[in-house]
Design a protein around this ligand. Structure first.
Ligand code: SAH
Length: 345
């Protein structure tokens, strides 16, 4: 038995074909799964009884169990999902002015070991299957329906939850195919789907070739010395290689790469850092997202003062970089960037 949500439309068409069923039925089945939110094959009333039975015999449709839901005072909601093997992941639903953004996890835990990130502290457990990424989105939509909110209001997806998405590349791309399948899938516009990476250089290039989604890179430092200290991945792929991959990233005209930069007091928040950042990003079509460090119990890093943050931003803006400070959401429920840990420890 296989979870049907692990199949993209080509996979399903292939399976149908080899079982003597016309492959176009894959679209019909996808519509039921992703547009009509079906949970059971028997709901798929425009398929023959025989086909429904065949599907029933080979597949199941899995919903993740939402074990716990936390609501922040700012409206951010964090879901703790229990996976079929008992592991846990988190996703975060962020209300914006006229839509919702869902922050999705790609792995149980994370192997990147970034020094400032709480997720890293629990180590790496395993990759998520395509279905487990897709289900976070199906569950969020289902949740909105229950609250009588139009589920299409959930229009933006960011792979900025637990894990390093590009370290789970094959499954990620399969999930992205369903997420952006505009005929029968989840129908997200690829302009509204963003994959964030700590800097796996070869996979960055590959993502540009394989998909149309937006790229975000967690830069966080302006020298190799500091970046290697904060993010061990930098020893493998130093700044020069990372920035070159950004410069040559395949994307539509007018698109920009989001450069995420956590501001940590006394670590990477000086005027010299801001000026170096401007120089480093000069050849790249980029917009900078400054993330004031989100503190947690025993975190060794601290958030700079409001004034320091706005001074840093001003240096970028004065030199014609596009940039903004990202508003932290859900800090009171540990749902902000770098605070997701599920039940890792
Ligand atoms: N592994 C991917 C996806 C995770 S995104 C990546 O690194 O991009 C999570 C984002 O939160 C990253 O930009 C990371 O740099 C940032 N982050 C991690 N810990 C943080 C913290 N304590 N405060 C603010 N941002 C943090």
């Amino acid at each position: 038995m296989e979870n049907i949500l692990n199949f993209n439309r080509d996979d399903l068409a292939g399976w149908l074909g080899s079982n003597g069923i016309r492959p176009f039925r894959a679209g019909q089945i996808f519509k039921w799964l992703y547009i009509r939110q079906a949970d059971r094959f028997e709901q798929m009333t425009d398929l023959s009884k025989e086909l429904r039975q065949k599907l029933e015999d080979h597949f199941y449709i899995e919903r993740l169990v939402v074990e716990k839901k936390l609501v922040s005072i700012d409206g951010t909601e964090k879901f703790l999902h229990c996976l079929s093997d008992g592991q846990h992941i988190e996703s975060v639903l962020l209300p914006e002015k006229d839509h919702f953004t869902l922050c999705v996890s790609s792995q149980v835990g994370c192997a990147q070991n970034c020094q400032f990130c709480l997720t890293a502290k629990g180590g790496f457990i395993r990759n998520l299957k395509p279905a487990e990424m897709i289900s976070q989105i199906r569950d969020a939509r289902y949740y909105l329906i229950q609250k009588e909110i139009d589920p299409t209001k959930l229009s933006n997806i960011v792979f900025m939850g637990m894990g390093e998405p590009l370290a789970n590349y094959t499954n990620l791309v399969k999930a992205l195919e369903v997420i952006t399948d505009s005929d029968y899938g989840l129908k997200f516009s690829s302009r509204r789907v963003t994959v964030s990476t700590s800097g796996l250089v070869p996979k960055i290039t590959q993502l540009g070739l394989d998909t149309d989604v937006n790229l975000a890179v967690s830069l966080n430092a302006t020298t190799d010395e500091m970046r290697s200290r904060l993010m061990p991945i930098n020893k493998k792929y130093p700044l020069s290689q990372l920035l070159e991959a950004c410069r040559t990233f395949t994307m539509k005209p007018r698109k920009k790469i989001t450069i995420e930069y956590i501001l940590m007091k006394g670590v990477n928040d000086t005027k010299a850092d801001a000026l170096r950042l401007v120089t480093l990003l000069a050849p790249i079509k980029a917009k900078v997202n400054l993330i004031p460090f989100n503190e947690y119990d025993n975190s060794e890093f601290k958030r700079p003062s409001k004034d320091q943050i706005s001074e840093f931003l001003q240096i970028l803006l004065d030199r014609d970089l596009t940039g903004m400070t990202r508003k932290s959401k859900g800090e009171d429920i540990l749902a902000a960037c770098g605070q997701l840990k599920a039940k890792l420890y």
